[in-house]
Design a protein around this ligand. Structure first.
Ligand code: URP
Ligand code: ZN
Ligand code: ZN
Length: 459
């Protein structure tokens, strides 16, 4: 069915235009003033609203066996949460561990999402070991349309790879034109610090940050950058959390290393005092890299505003209270993760745009367009343009509310951002022209989302 969005105040990264948007067969086919539409066309009046391209979350975990348990969401719950919050495409980390077969893991992740996601999705393929089958398997995965890798410098003996494996992965990525995303914390330092703290009887969640201090992340970031410099591969630091790591990444960029930077929602808005709360209250706020001292937030916001930090993801990774309590006797056993797929757009709009930290078009760039560009989805995603998929967010800037676990769609029994104010939310969200959300409610079709095949673009 055709769709006409009238009176749209269209905000793309780098441009703003007042126009109508006409959609046929899932695609934007016309943008212009006073467009006419045939009888039967669905009409949405966007007067008084902002109209954004569907938002892209470049870093989520949905199916995830991790830390003796599984992340809580299904592709159905996570995609509905994403859509209610304005995210129409997510890129999930496909994370088989070192003992799994990569290809078998990739098929497993795909089968979990297939027919279940209500929004479109893609994967970053984690390389958690590099053995003799890796090259042929990874080539097959890239040929299947998954044109980005993920590596972990952290999580020794589980997801983590050593320097030799990182070198092989980056060499292959360079040859294939594939970008490599990386979790940058020095695993050896983390392991030593954890042992030391536990031996001193320091077991509560407040010690998590102490076991992974800023210098551990800065070291990991610089180490990854050195390998990129030597191999010539393109890289992307995920969930960069602090000024020290930012400086390491910017120094690498300044000397020409092909490095992009992502920071994630929790690090902009939550600081380490949240994880220092006693008991399960603190455990709710344990993730890696950890929440940091508050002064880091100003550095992240400034770098985001200037574009030095390229994207904002979530690192969505829900564990419920019972799961968090697996770590009641030792912070090293608290499942790591703070979900945010539903809150990212609204909280970044409220605390970024409305608080004067982010220009509106940079907000769109950081939360949609730049991820689409970096990961081979643009201009299909990340733009309101003729020929693009009709993923459109009609956004109500007059909405006032607050984050609450009671009303969330994410499958979890708490929300790490509980009580935070929201000044705006999506009023209508479409995926390929289909209305999936109206005013905070999912009204669409479950399982409508498609796997997005992507070409390698980093030659
Ligand atoms: O704490 C986190 N970040 N959990 C998810 C796994 C990862 O490191 O991204
Ligand atoms: Zn990570
Ligand atoms: Zn992650």
């Amino acid at each position: 069915m055709a769709l006409l969005i009238r009176n749209a105040d269209i905000v793309n990264a780098g441009s703003r235009e007042q126009a109508d948007i006409y959609v046929e067969s899932a695609t934007i086919t016309r943008i212009g003033r006073d467009l006419r539409a045939p009888p039967g066309t669905e009409i949405v009046d966007a007067r008084g609203k902002l109209v954004f391209p569907g938002f892209v979350d470049p870093h989520v975990h949905i199916y995830l066996p991790f830390m003796a348990t599984f992340a809580k969401d299904t592709h159905e719950t996570a995609s509905i949460a994403a859509l209610v919050g304005g995210t129409t495409t997510f890129i999930e980390m496909c994370c088989p561990n070192r003992n799994d077969d990569a290809l078998e893991g990739y098929q497993r992740w795909k089968s979990k999402a297939d027919g279940k996601s209500a929004c479109d999705y893609a994967f970053h393929m984690s390389v958690t070991k590099f053995g003799k089958e890796s090259e042929s398997q990874l080539k097959e995965i890239v040929a299947d349309g998954t044109a980005s890798f993920k590596i972990f410098l952290a999580y020794k003996n589980f997801f983590g790879i050593d320097d030799g494996e990182m070198f092989e992965t980056l060499e292959l990525a360079k040859r294939l034109g594939v970008i490599v995303t990386a979790h940058c914390e020095n695993a050896e330092l983390v392991a030593r610090l954890q042992q030391k703290l536990l031996a001193e009887g320091k077991t509560g969640p407040q010690w998590h940050e102490v076991s992974r201090p800023e210098s551990v992340e800065a070291d990991g970031t610089g180490h990854f950058a050195a390998f990129l410099e030597i191999t010539g591969a393109a890289g992307y630091v995920v969930h960069l959390s602090c000024e020290k790591a930012l400086n390491a990444a910017l120094a690498a960029k300044a000397r020409g290393v092909k490095l992009s930077i992502e920071s994630v929602l929790p690090h902009f808005l939550l600081d380490k005092t949240y994880a220092e709360r006693p008991g399960v209250e603190g455990m709710k706020h344990v993730m890696s890299p950890p929440l940091r001292a508050k002064h880091n937030q100003a550095a992240l916001w400034a770098a985001l505003a200037s574009g030095a930090v390229d994207t904002v993801g979530t690192d969505h990774c829900p564990f419920d209270l019972e799961q968090k309590l697996l770590g009641k006797d030792s912070f090293v056993s608290i499942p790591n993760g703070i979900p945010g797929i539903e809150e990212r757009v609204n909280l970044m709009y409220t605390h970024g745009v409305m608080r004067g930290r982010l220009e509106l078009d940079r907000f769109v760039d950081a939360t949609s367009t730049r991820a689409a560009r970096l990961f081979g989805l643009f201009p299909r995603k990340g733009a309101i343009a003729v020929g693009s998929d009709a993923d459109i967010v009609v956004y109500d800037p007059h909405y006032r509310g607050a984050v609450s676990a009671r009303t969330q769609h994410t499958n979890n029994d708490y929300n790490g951002f509980e009580g935070m104010e929201l000044e705006g939310r999506p009023s209508v969200v479409t995926v390929r022209g289909k209305v999936q959300v109206r005013d905070g409610n999912f009204v669409g079709e479950r399982g409508y989302g498609k796997f997005l095949k992507r070409e390698a673009t980093h030659f």
